[in-house]
Design a protein around this ligand. Structure first.
Ligand SMILES: NC(=O)C1=CN([C@@H]2O[C@H](COP(=O)(O)OP(=O)(O)OC[C@H]3O[C@@H](n4cnc5c(N)ncnc54)[C@H](O)[C@@H]3O)[C@@H](O)[C@H]2O)C=CC1
Ligand SMILES: O=C(O)C1=N[C@H](C(=O)O)C[C@H](O)C1
Length: 269
């Protein structure tokens, strides 16, 4: 046992869970304190290191988050909205920093997350990478600088197992552009065009989603007007960028007051 902050990974067997376990285990600033999977999962009761295909590491995968969170200082959670809402309540009880990478929340889900942040630090972002968070700032600036006759479209591409659309990142970029234009995204967004849609709604921010193969995550913010276009683009080729950002957030949150934060706060952008 060391004095390093202990971190629990939820959804440890998932695409991001595996990457997070490896990132925390390799860090000299944190220790891997626990691994959670859903009830009935084949990894429950197994040594995490062995389940990941390597040497035993002494971390036993559990479906009991309260016991695991109580022995840790932070939880990194890339799972699913319903699971994350439950983890938020338990992180608040255990006074653990809760880093939320999960996407696909409805408005009611976000409302359900809020009370837990009265007791614990909650850091949530649809994308934990430095590049995307920087791009949100650029999207806001460009949207602010251009006239309303520049149409804004967000185009995203992901692997064929992704369950939510638009992606959390696309929504972050769309929200930033809407903020630059001085409106709330939900008041003027268009997604899933199909059939006789009619002409584009002036001023709306449009969303398109591509799903295929093993694409890690690609996002364009397109600004288009008569005679010219600007494209802001981010391409993720390695999930390690998200895991590194999440670990940074977990460490950053250690001395912060309870409340809701995002990666702009963590990165100081
Ligand atoms: N914010 C960011 O930077 C990023 C966010 N994501 C988001 O993270 C989430 C997970 O993505 P992936 O790892 O690709 O999905 P995945 O499906 O590979 O993994 C999800 C894991 O969560 C586990 N899980 C689900 N319910 C659970 C519960 N109640 N208790 C414990 N474990 C539970 C599943 O068993 C699975 O192992 C998605 O919402 C995705 O959009 C993904 C990459 C980056
Ligand atoms: O599900 C994914 O894979 C990803 N999800 C996040 C999102 O919804 O934007 C971040 C990244 O693009 C990968």
């Amino acid at each position: 046992m060391t004095d390093l902050p202990g971190i629990v990974i939820t959804g440890a067997s998932g695409r991001m869970g595996r990457m997070l376990c490896a990132t925390v285990a390799a860090s000299d600033k944190a220790r891997l304190a626990g691994a959670i999977e859903r009830k009935g999962h084949a990894w429950i009761g197994r040594d995490l290191g062995e389940a990941l295909g390597g040497a035993p590491n002494g971390v036993i995968v559990t479906d009991d988050p309260l016991d695991a969170f109580a022995k840790a200082q932070a939880v990194i959670d890339f799972t699913a909205p319903a699971a994350t809402i439950e983890f938020a309540k338990i992180a608040a009880q255990a006074r653990c920093v809760h880093v939320i990478g999960t996407t696909g929340f409805e408005t009611a889900d976000l409302d359900a997350l809020a009370p837990a942040a009265r007791h614990a630090v909650q850091i949530r972002a649809g994308n934990m990478s430095l590049g995307v968070n920087l791009l949100t700032q650029l999207a806001k600036k460009v949207a602010q600088a251009l006239d309303a006759d520049w149409d804004i479209e967000v185009i995203e591409a992901h692997h064929n197992k992704k369950v939510d659309a638009p992606s959390g990142t696309a929504l972050m970029l769309g929200r930033a552009a809407a903020e630059g234009r001085g409106f709330v995204l939900e008041d003027n967004m268009e997604s899933g065009r199909h059939g006789i849609t009619g002409a584009r709604t002036p001023g709306a921010i449009g969303f398109s989603a591509i799903r295929g193969g093993d694409i890690v995550g690609e996002h364009d913010v397109l600004f288009a007007t008569a005679g010219e276009r600007i494209v802001l683009r981010h391409i993720a080729t390695d999930r390690a960028i998200f895991a590194r950002g999440a670990l940074k957030a977990a460490l950053w949150g250690q001395d912060k007051k309870p409340g809701q934060y995002d990666m702009i706060d963590v990165l100081g952008l």
